[in-house]
Design a protein around this ligand. Structure first.
Ligand code: MG
Length: 263
């Protein structure tokens, strides 16, 4: 479909346009991502190869981990400075009403979390099975039911949302638990200059999908990300409520210390 026909179709059939709006195969009309021939949310960007795998890898929290959700309560979380808006059901925290944010702030961390989209729920592109883990409240590791569900590649599971698709698609079937193991380091500033960007490594169901990848800046939608002049050294983790009852469990982090340090 040409761009002209696509936009004509969107104008004539707003509902169909909505369905296609986050679909694959079409340009987005958003800015080019620096250093690539692709636009932000570009539907023509190559779809990551599918890697069949054994599914979620459950890792118990090591002794020095901070458990953010162990299956019982949302004590570590808040919503809009009040009680966490999500629910606890059958040992999982279930997205509802608003984002949840950790009470504690973190810089460099190792993170483990398991998540799933409930079975039987209609999923289409960015709709139906969407959440996100925002590191420092800013850098999204996209959570999306991406098994048998095509969308723009920089918006699928394991992407740096709006910036970088995963190396491969390691998502298993809807209703099954998925695991993320994430290693994150915040950006390094010298005054108002970014000396080092934020980096992330993501392992999805035991499969490396991001290999020490730089963020272009805090995650944004439809626009090109860039770093602000001022940046905190730590920030809380935020989980996105995107209208879908996504579930999380076994959620823990380990702040990463310095080498040659006894702390
Ligand atoms: Mg999201």
């Amino acid at each position: 479909m040409s761009k002209f026909h696509y936009f004509a179709l969107c104008a004539l059939f707003p509902v169909a346009g909505y369905v296609f709006a986050d679909g694959f195969g079409v340009k987005s009309g958003n800015p080019l991502i620096t250093g690539t021939p692709y636009e932000v949310h570009d539907g023509t960007r190559p779809q990551p190869r599918i890697v069949e795998n054994a599914g979620s890898v459950s890792v118990k929290p090591p002794a020095d981990a901070i458990v953010l959700f162990g299956g019982e309560n949302l004590d570590a979380w808040t919503s809009n400075n009040g009680p966490a808006a999500w629910e606890v059901k059958n040992g999982a925290m279930v997205a509802a009403k608003a984002d949840v944010v950790t009470k504690q702030s973190f810089g460099a961390i190792q993170l483990h979390a398991e998540w799933r989209a409930p079975a039987g729920r209609p999923v289409n592109g960015q709709s139906g099975g969407n959440s996100g883990i925002f590191l420092m409240g800013r850098y999204e590791v996209q959570v999306l039911q991406s098994h048998n569900n095509k969308t723009y590649p920089d918006g699928q599971a394991g992407s740096l949302y709006g910036q970088c698709p995963p190396l491969v698609n390691a998502t298993t079937a809807q209703g099954e638990w998925q695991s993320y193991d994430v290693i994150f380091t915040p950006p390094v500033y010298e005054g108002e200059t970014v000396k080092e960007p934020a980096y992330v490594t993501i392992i999805h169901n035991g499969v490396v999908v991001q290999n020490h990848r730089p963020y272009l800046g805090p995650s944004s939608h439809k626009t090109l990300a860039s770093y602000p002049k001022n940046h905190p050294e730590t920030g809380p983790i935020r989980l996105q409520f995107h209208g879908d009852p996504m579930e999380f469990r076994n959620f823990w982090v380990r702040p990463l210390g310095e080498y040659d340090s006894e702390k």
